[in-house]
Design a protein around this ligand. Structure first.
Ligand SMILES: Nc1ncnc2c1ncn2[C@@H]1O[C@H](COP(=O)(O)OP(=O)(O)O)[C@@H](O)[C@H]1O
Ligand SMILES: [Mg+2]
Length: 320
């Protein structure tokens, strides 16, 4: 089956999902559905409430608007892959890697991509190494999003409670050196790194409330940095995307330290897509409006699907 953008008529937008990011996902799904309808597609919004996916009949494509566990970690991608249903964004393995901060960090290190140093501590395990780290540190569950279960730790006494909190969300917890500096996020679309967005919370850190409360954080795009710094951040972000075998699109979180060195925190394979989310802001700065961004994601995903089908066909012809 070949697939091109023009053959897609009916799209299921999968939203909600069982993760702690369900509410954000519902918003992403609603915004994407509006955009796809404005482009003339027939859209079915599917609220995923558990770990099962019931697709309406006659769907040509699935647009994934799920964030977090199940939707962003390769699980839903595996379900759709097995059914032969094309879907947007990264494949199974890339989704799983990017969702796992521990595995991502190993590959960033191997590829020479700067990332904050740190340790992984298993649930209930020994954490003597962590106590020797210079404060502050950031304690986060390896597989979670939206800063859920995460703590900023300023003294060694706070480490154990922070680990216990993070262990509630994952058996593997990352304790990372805190990077003092400025925060950016870089959208990747196809082979292009979009203009970085600078993130400046008005108070405290970029935690759940500062992420999702209107007006709590200032965003600058284009960011207030020179061309050389822009390129350095984009280069690190694009390499992080590639090293995790990501395709189509993603959004890479990067800290810039006081010496102007970028440190990659993580790659988000299904970033927020409400009209005010960060990836759409970056796309807008590159001249791509919200519906245009949705269309481009569909187009790149259809190309990736067609390419994968071709590879399977070649293998079959080759026998063996
Ligand atoms: N090592 C770090 N140094 C400084 N700030 C950090 C560090 N790690 C995380 N943060 C802050 O916490 C936020 C969330 O961390 P991140 O690793 O992106 O996980 P997630 O977004 O999946 O919760 C970041 O956007 C950043 O503001
Ligand atoms: Mg993040």
């Amino acid at each position: 089956m070949s697939l091109s953008l023009s053959s897609i008529k009916r799209i299921a937008v999968l939203k909600g999902g069982p993760s702690s990011e369900r509410e954000v996902s519902l918003r992403t799904g609603a915004a994407v559905a509006v955009a796809l309808r404005s482009l003339g597609y027939e859209v079915e919004e599917v609220d995923v409430t558990g770990r099962e996916v019931n697709l309406p009949a006659g769907i040509d494509f699935v647009f994934l608007a799920l964030h977090g566990t199940f939707g962003e970690d390769g699980t839903v991608q595996a379900i759709l892959e097995a059914r032969g249903v094309p879907y947007t964004g990264c494949g199974i393995a890339a989704s799983r890697l990017a969702f796992d901060k521990e595995a991502s960090k190993d590959l960033f290190r191997a590829a020479g991509i700067p990332t904050p140093s740190g340790f992984v501590v298993s649930r209930g395990g020994e954490f003597r190494d962590v106590l020797a780290m210079a404060m502050p540190v950031v304690v986060k569950p390896s597989r979670q999003g939206s800063t859920v279960g995460m703590s900023f730790v300023f003294s060694t006494e706070e480490i154990e409670p922070a680990l216990k909190k993070a262990w509630e969300f994952d058996s593997h917890v990352l304790v990372e050196q805190f990077v003092k500096g400025r925060e950016f996020t870089v959208g990747i679309l196809g082979n292009q790194a979009l203009p970085p967005v600078e993130i400046v919370p008005k108070h405290g850190f970029y935690d759940y409330d500062n992420k999702y409360t209107a007006g709590a954080t200032d965003y600058y795009c284009p960011a207030r940095i020179d061309d050389e710094t822009t390129r350095r951040i984009q280069k690190a972000a694009f390499l992080a995307h590639r090293v995790l075998c990501c395709q189509v699109y993603s959004r890479v979180d990067v800290m810039l330290d006081q010496e102007g060195r970028p440190f990659v925190l993580e790659v988000n394979t299904i970033p927020g897509m409400t009209a005010t989310s960060l990836l759409p802001k970056a796309a807008a700065a590159a001249g791509i409006d919200f519906p245009g961004l949705c269309r481009r994601i569909l187009e790149l995903s259809a190309e990736a699907f067609a390419q994968a089908q071709e590879n399977i066909a070649v293998k079959k012809e080759g026998g063996g």
